[in-house]
Design a protein around this ligand. Structure first.
Ligand code: PCA
Length: 350
């Protein structure tokens, strides 16, 4: 076995990096080189160097979002005749899920995948994507995205971010170590949250919210840091939650979306044919992702059952109470966002 000198780190996909500062420097250099290559291509029309980008994501390799993104990277490679390589760094290995947006904004990564609703503390607009019982099916999630896409893209553009595509998670239900009949059973439980809205739900239910990213969920369950949470069957499966958690209430409260974003500056550094190829491949990835999410939903629930979990639709009382939380959260959201927010809700409900 290779021996490591002090200061070297063995884990992670890039073992030759010695510190976070060094990672940033290498990214900065790669970016500078990539920009230069694009310029050579545009002006000279020859001596084409390869573009190499890094793409951090927060979810595991076998997750359907990650597989879709790997396919996207392959398609980009193929569409550009091997001139544009995107390396996907999954599981929060390059940047943790909640750091990816800032990394793209700051130029440490050219592109990345984020969950839209993870950033509603920065901009309330982004919280619409994760409100209980507003949009509860794939068709409604699509309608909600169509109603909010322009405003979302404009808000992110102001931060130097270009939206490439979105893909929804399967519907969100409640996982729990103990059976849950109604919201009263959530009082005092250690509730895992993945965004500000899931923390807010805990607050409304009198539970104790603890923010844990998907990559750390298995560990948080194993140590008993959390016992109850809302997410999809997909994340329940990815995290093998059945080792601690026995109940899943498939209330289908909302379908949060992941979004693949690119730094506008990095995008502008690509030559026109490469930009066009990227956009075309992104469009295909979006269509494929929405389809796969819907198709895999029941498979994920089957896996939970096969691993000994009780899966049911949740009691009418539980659903009704969560719906009330949703009504409160929509009203709060409109208050925070203002007239533009009301217009989005109206367009969605039309
Ligand atoms: N999985 C992600 C977000 C929503 C989902 O279904 C998570 O639990 O972090």
């Amino acid at each position: 076995m290779m021996s490591l000198s002090t200061g070297q780190r063995q884990q992670g996909p890039l073992p030759h990096f010695q510190s976070q500062t060094e990672i940033s420097m290498v990214h900065y250099k790669r970016w500078a080189v990539a920009g230069l290559a694009a310029a050579t291509f545009s002006f000279g029309g020859q001596a084409i160097a390869q573009q190499k980008w890094d793409m951090p994501t927060g979810y595991p390799a076998a997750n359907f979002h990650t597989e879709n993104i790997q396919q996207f990277a392959k398609d980009v490679d193929q569409a550009t005749g091997g001139k544009f390589k995107i390396t996907v760094h999954d599981s929060g290995s390059l940047f943790k899920a909640n750091e990816i947006k800032r990394a793209v904004q700051g130029g440490q990564a050219q592109m990345g995948e984020i969950i839209i609703s993870g950033f509603s503390n920065e901009n309330a607009l982004l919280g619409l994507d994760s409100i209980p019982f507003l949009a509860t099916s794939y068709a409604e999630a699509d309608k909600l995205w169509k109603a909010s896409k322009a405003a979302t893209s404009t808000a992110l553009a102001k931060q130097g971010i270009k939206v490439l595509f979105t893909v929804p998670w399967p519907p969100q239900g409640i996982f729990s170590v103990k059976p849950i009949q109604s919201v009263a059973d959530l009082k005092g439980v250690k509730w895992r949250a993945y965004n500000p809205n899931t923390s807010r739900i805990a607050q409304l239910a009198g539970a104790q919210p603890v923010t844990v990213q998907a990559a750390e969920l298995t560990q948080a369950l194993a140590t008993g840091a959390v016992t109850t949470f809302m997410t999809s069957g997909a994340t329940g499966y990815d995290s093998k939650v059945w080792e601690q958690v026995k109940y899943y209430y498939d209330v289908s409260a909302w379908l949060p979306k992941n979004m693949v974003i690119v730094s506008q500056k990095a995008f502008d550094g690509l030559d026109k044919p490469t930009q066009a190829a990227l956009l075309k491949v992104a469009e295909a990835a979006e269509a494929r992702g929405w389809k796969t999410s819907a198709e895999k939903n029941s498979w994920y629930l089957d896996q939970l059952r096969k691993n000994g979990m009780t899966v049911d639709a949740g009691s009418p009382a539980l659903r009704a109470e969560l719906k009330k939380f949703g009504d409160t959260m929509v009203a709060d959201w409109v208050k925070q966002v203002g007239a533009d927010g009301q217009a989005i809700v109206d367009a969605f409900k039309k």
